[in-house]
Write a protein that binds this ligand. Structure first.
Ligand code: HEM
Length: 528
């Protein structure tokens, strides 16, 4: 009997140890093992590699963070620790495709904690849930009929913007001016605010807010994060005032239910028949204004920069826009068909979005454990896709530092390599809106002006969007084709625009006296 019990005990021990070995072996050689996590380092306690991540951007080379680690650890995926979270950076088109096509299956949208604190939801839900709600509200606003209608409005605003902010000055700072344009358009189309003074009241706090969004979330006086929270509170209060007034105007029939996204948000209920409250709407509008104005103004600023640097490209854009301008009757606004003709201009804009992408990437969160390329990604890890891993990679864009709009001719870049607007279900919903706004800007810019940069090698800062460090000061000159009234031309001369820097049909005049003596100013505005 004793022998039996002893044997039984041995068998049980053997079974338990084999099972344990099997469990541990499985665990160590498969899911959960540290060996199979992506290679990389997690940096300092708490802040991880956030400082390196942010500081490469401040120095103007955000791609350096990614490329250094791609060459050191893995060209597909490496681990790091960013903005307080364990993270894996996914690089290259295969990774982009994987993340974009696994939305809500293996991954979901995630925003850093700083974003949740700067946009505290009045409904106490996460930024993720709020983003889902937001997407449901947007289709009406971005549907093709609505977009067609926006072209004329954008054109009208662009004309007023250039007349009031650019003309009659011999030197300008491009970035702050361009922001006024995109902000004016957004204020008009989102909340029907069009008084430039009213718009100006919001503009500065918005810049403060944008630079605190992707920052280390330290809420102490003077930190970018702290200033962003204050700016967000200020803007939200102003928006609530606009919303209250709109409710009154809607009730009194003074505002239309379809006039802008604000009316739409006030009058649309969710599946349970509940309407959004004022703070909730203010948050949504705030998110849209942020998403929709700094991104496009960064792109427009770099368009001005590259057109100044590469005369052949200016020439190409000018030629295309001049044809469109010539086809318009006096006073006729641009329309949807005109936009479709701006193919070369859009290629130039795309090349700008490649070399100076307004957003450097976006985060996701793993909603399940999964394996990717032989590496284990634990549930809860944050995943970051990076535009620069493809945009600045010679494997996908030959000579990536070269500005070359012809990359977008024909079938254009390979799938998942050109991703300034992201991809998959979360792709930027404002993509078409941004295209219209940028092309309308380019039309008026080249039709009216030529310009030179004041600082030849102005530094670029990426925080979180790329901008020239001094705002891109430029001296601009008047291009006299079809744009100016005689009185305006005189006024240019009187305001010190540099002599010898006037153009007709894009050809420089030798000096202003030649121009005055030889041209009949009453005919300025027509091809010479
Ligand atoms: C050149 C201009 C723009 C660029 C480069 C850009 C780029 C992006 C990118 C990369 C994303 C993140 C996608 C992701 O999470 O994977 C995004 C999201 C978003 N964008 Fe844009 N965007 C631009 C203009 C706009 C405009 C004009 C609007 C609104 C009018 C807008 C509204 C949004 C919104 C609401 C989201 C969040 C979508 C979501 O979470 O589902 N964007 N954008």
């Amino acid at each position: 009997m004793e022998v039996f019990y002893l044997s039984l005990l041995c068998l049980i021990a053997l079974f338990v140890s084999v099972s344990l070995h099997f469990i541990f072996y499985k665990k160590n050689s498969g899911r959960g093992s540290t060996e199979t996590l992506p290679p990389g380092k997690t940096g300092w306690p708490v802040i991880g590699e956030s400082l390196e991540f942010l500081s490469t951007g401040w120095k103007g080379h955000p791609e350096k963070f990614v490329f250094d680690r791609m060459s050191k650890y893995s060209c597909n995926v490496f681990k790091t620790h960013l903005l307080g979270e364990k993270a894996a950076v996914f690089c290259g088109p295969t990774c982009n495709k994987f993340l974009f096509s696994n939305e809500n299956k293996l991954v979901q949208a995630w925003w850093p904690n700083s974003v949740n604190k700067i946009f505290p939801s009045s409904t106490q839900t996460s930024s993720k849930e709020e983003a889902i709600k937001m997407r449901k509200l947007l289709p009406n606003f971005f549907k093709p009929e609505a977009l067609k209608h926006y072209v004329g409005i954008m054109d009208h605003i662009a004309q007023c913007h250039f007349a009031t902010n650019w003309e009659n000055k011999s030197q300008i700072e491009v970035f702050p001016l361009v922001k006024r344009y995109t902000f004016w358009v957004a204020c008009k189309l989102f909340v029907s605010v069009e008084d430039p003074n009213h718009v100006a009241k919001f503009a500065d706090p918005f810049s403060v807010l944008a630079s605190g969004l992707i920052s280390i979330p330290i809420d102490l006086p003077g930190t970018p994060f702290n200033r962003a929270i204050k700016a967000s509170n200020f803007i939200r209060k102003e928006l609530v005032l606009i919303i209250k007034q709109r409710k009154i105007d809607l009730a009194e029939g003074k505002a239309s239910p379809t006039q802008d996204i604000l009316s739409h948000m006030l009058l649309t209920s969710d599946e349970d028949g509940k309407f959004m409250n004022e703070l909730d709407i203010a948050d949504k509008i705030l998110g849209l204004l942020i998403g929709g104005h700094d991104t496009a103004s960064s792109a427009c600023t770099f368009i001005v920069k590259y057109l100044a640097e590469i005369p052949e490209i200016y020439e190409g854009v000018y030629k295309e826009q001049k044809e469109i301008a010539k086809s318009k009757a006096p006073g006729e606004l641009l329309n949807w068909d005109d936009i479709q003709k701006m193919k070369y201009s859009w290629n130039v804009a795309c090349e700008v979005l490649r070399v100076a992408s307004p957003l450097q990437g976006a985060f996701r969160e793993a909603i399940a454990d999964f394996m990717f390329n032989g590496f284990y990604i634990p549930k809860g890890w944050k995943l970051y896709w990076s535009v620069n891993s493809t945009h600045k990679n010679p494997e996908f864009f030959a000579e990536p530092q070269k500005f070359d709009p012809s990359r977008f001719e024909g079938s254009g870049p390979a799938p998942y390599t050109f991703v300034p607007f992201g991809g998959g279900p979360r792709m930027c919903p404002g993509k078409e809106y941004a295209r219209l706004e940028i092309l309308v800007f380019m039309h008026h810019l080249v039709k009216r002006f030529k310009w030179e940069k004041v600082i030849a090698d102005e530094k670029i800062v990426v925080d979180p969007m790329p901008i020239p460090a001094k705002g891109l000061p430029a001296i601009y000159f008047v291009n006299l084709y079809n744009s100016l009234s005689p009185s305006l031309v005189h006024s240019f001369f009187n305001h010190g625009v540099r002599a010898g820097k006037f153009y007709i049909e894009n050809k420089a005049l030798s000096n202003k006296d030649d121009f005055i003596n030889n041209k009949n100013l009453s005919h300025v505005g027509r091809t010479t």
